[in-house]
Design a protein around this ligand. Structure first.
Ligand code: SAM
Length: 290
């Protein structure tokens, strides 16, 4: 029986008395092509450490183990641990950690693994994410500065559309600017809901986030950049002048001056701005506070 077939999930449910927990976003993949898409897009080499978020019954883990030097899979559901120990019994390079990814210090996990795996070259994060925490997971990985090269993950299509939205796209928001500041975003494939057991309500997309070695803009203060982005999008229908003036608390006069010096029309909406323009505003705020 193939690990990714619906019959295997049924068999596991029966043998282990395993119950799917909806609130943990347990929608298991049953399509080998999609598993292969995720593995191929993540460019795993034999000197790479793969960290998988939410292995479920191990369908992606098994394929990653065949390519990587080492795999660490972080799964919150303790009922899945004995199942993973069975399904991955032949994979000697896999470690399973029973923990909440949002409470896991991956930088420390990677440092620890380097002791066992000194030839480690790259760290690739992969997974079919639990959808209830897609954004917190991605933002935690990026804000913590986890030393990974890429994050190749499946998520609900609507979140993927927001993450990859370019300036001028109506889906563009603070999430797009934040993720694009840290990463180059590559769309891998769209995934229909029918390939999961149970089927989720929405379609999905696999994205690869290539973490930038160098930031795309020079910032005088990172916090001001994120403050400008958050304020700009806080009241989407308002003009940049109004949303920034109230969001930053700097008032219209100062914001007007900053926008003028940056050469940005104060009547524009936040979703039309690129990262460089937000950086100009943030650096203008920095100068103004001096
Ligand atoms: N990788 C498997 C697959 O593709 O079939 C399962 C993917 S399922 C969408 C999400 C997995 O993440 C589940 O196994 C779930 O138990 C696990 N999970 C949910 N919340 C988690 C958390 N906070 N930390 C780690 N794993 C979590």
């Amino acid at each position: 029986m193939k690990l990714y077939s619906p019959a295997t999930i049924k068999d596991i449910r029966e043998r282990y008395g395993f119950r799917l927990t909806k609130s943990l976003g347990q929608n298991f993949l049953t399509d080998k092509n999609i598993i292969d898409n995720i593995i191929e897009a993540s460019n795993i080499g034999e000197n790479d450490l793969v960290i998988e978020i939410g292995p479920g019954i191990g369908v992606i883990t098994k394929e990653a183990a065949a390519k990587a030097g080492s795999v660490i899979a972080v799964e919150i559901d303790k009922n899945l641990i004995p199942i993973l120990q069975e399904t991955l019994a032949d994979e000697t390079n896999v470690k399973i950690i029973n923990r909440d990814i949002l409470k896991t210090d991956l930088t420390a996990v990677i440092e620890e693994e380097k002791k066992n795996f000194p030839q480690m070259e790259s760290v690739r994060i992969i997974g079919n994410l639990p959808y209830y925490i897609t954004t917190p997971i991605i933002m935690k990985l990026l804000e913590d500065g986890v030393p990974a090269d890429s994050i190749t993950v499946m998520m609900q299509k609507e979140v993927a559309d927001r993450i990859k939205a370019a300036p001028g796209n109506k889906e563009r928001g603070a999430l797009s600017v934040a993720v694009q500041y840290y990463c180059q975003v590559v769309k891998v494939t769209d995934v229909p809901k029918e390939v999961f057991v149970p089927a989720p309500k929405v379609d999905s997309t696999v994205l690869r986030l290539d973490i930038r070695k160098e930031k795309p803009v020079e910032l005088k203060d990172d916090k001001l950049f994120f403050k400008a982005v958050k304020s700009g999008f806080a009241q989407r229908r308002k003009t940049l002048l109004n949303s920034l003036a109230s969001g930053t608390g700097l008032g219209k006069d100062k914001i007007g001056q900053i926008l003028e010096e940056a050469g940005i029309d104060p009547g524009r909406r936040a979703e039309t701005l690129d990262i460089d323009e937000f950086a100009k505003i943030a650096n203008g705020m920095f100068e103004m506070n001096l």
